[in-house]
Design a protein around this ligand. Structure first.
Ligand SMILES: C[S@@+](CC[C@H](N)C(=O)[O-])C[C@H]1O[C@@H](n2cnc3c(N)ncnc32)[C@H](O)[C@@H]1O
Ligand SMILES: O=C(O)C(=O)C[C@]1(C(=O)O)C=C[C@@H](O)C=C1
Length: 242
């Protein structure tokens, strides 16, 4: 069970940049569910969309799987389907939390986890590739090749579901969206100190693109169709079909 996220009320403000270390991993499930608007809706949409596929097996690769929430959801919601579930993450502490959750659950499918970067992990024959709130942490220069490799790995009929924090091309609008997002965090119980320390820690670590820039990258990677499936101010989820 994840602990309540009080990370940025506790840590030394000079302790630097955000990383998915043991301290973040311990509180991650609470952190992400309180910090990302529509997170629960995105999680619910994963088995809803995957369940529409007639693939057998349905092979799902979750890039940046963190504590395995999406893969666990898939297994629990689609117990009768033949699922191959593979999660990739380059943070061992996040995968340790994932393993701990898996041990406490009696799921109908095996979930395989791999500690590797999404840039170097090789995969093929995917029905579904998930990449929720992860591309934003990948160096910008690596994003086009990664998206092309994902495109090439997806079987006919399959899809990629990708969620990102997004920037706005107009500075005044971007400022307004960021302020509305901070308001959202206040409503989730985060203090001014926690909000501003986390903003500083994420600077140059989480690099958001605009919605249009993301759509262009997806299109350039060869996806036939991409649409914004869910959007909340500065967060967007894209459904990308091959
Ligand atoms: C915000 S979390 C993803 C949340 C998760 N997809 C979910 O829906 O609950 C980002 C994850 O991506 C991982 N990550 C960041 N950069 C990565 C990279 N280059 N390769 C693999 N994993 C990466 C982090 O360790 C972290 O667990
Ligand atoms: O707290 C923020 O400002 C966020 O952007 C939330 C966000 C994300 O979007 O990935 C950032 C870091 C954590 O991984 C969880 C959520």
């Amino acid at each position: 069970m994840a602990q309540i996220d009080r990370l940025f009320s506790e840590i030394d403000p000079d302790s630097g940049t955000f990383s998915f270390d043991e301290n973040v991993a311990r509180v991650f499930d609470d952190m992400i569910s309180r910090s990302v608007p529509l997170y629960a809706d995105v999680q619910r949409s994963v088995p809803m969309l995957a369940g529409l596929l007639d693939h057998d097996p349905i092979r799902v690769i979750d890039l940046g799987c963190s504590t395995g929430t999406s893969l666990i959801h898939l297994s629990a919601m689609l117990p009768q389907r033949n699922l191959e579930l593979i999660g990739v993450d380059n943070s061992q502490p996040m995968l340790d939390q994932c393993e701990e959750k898996l041990e406490s659950l009696d799921l109908p499918h095996r979930i395989e986890t791999v500690c590797d970067t999404v840039q170097s992990f090789e995969f093929e024959n995917a029905s579904v590739v998930l990449m929720n709130y992860t591309l934003q942490f990948v160096p910008e220069g690596d994003r086009p090749a990664l998206l092309s490799r994902i495109r090439d790995s997806i079987r006919p009929g399959g899809f990629m579901l990708i969620s990102e924090k997004v920037a706005h091309e107009q500075a005044t609008m971007d400022d307004a969206l960021v302020e509305l997002y901070f308001e959202y965090k206040r409503r989730q119980g985060y203090s001014e100190l926690e909000i501003s320390r986390k903003r500083d820690a994420l600077e140059n670590v989480l690099i958001p693109l605009t919605t249009d820039q993301n759509l262009e990258l997806i299109s350039d990677a060869g996806f036939a169709r991409a649409e914004v499936l869910l959007k909340w101010f500065n967060f967007a989820t894209f459904l990308c079909r091959v």
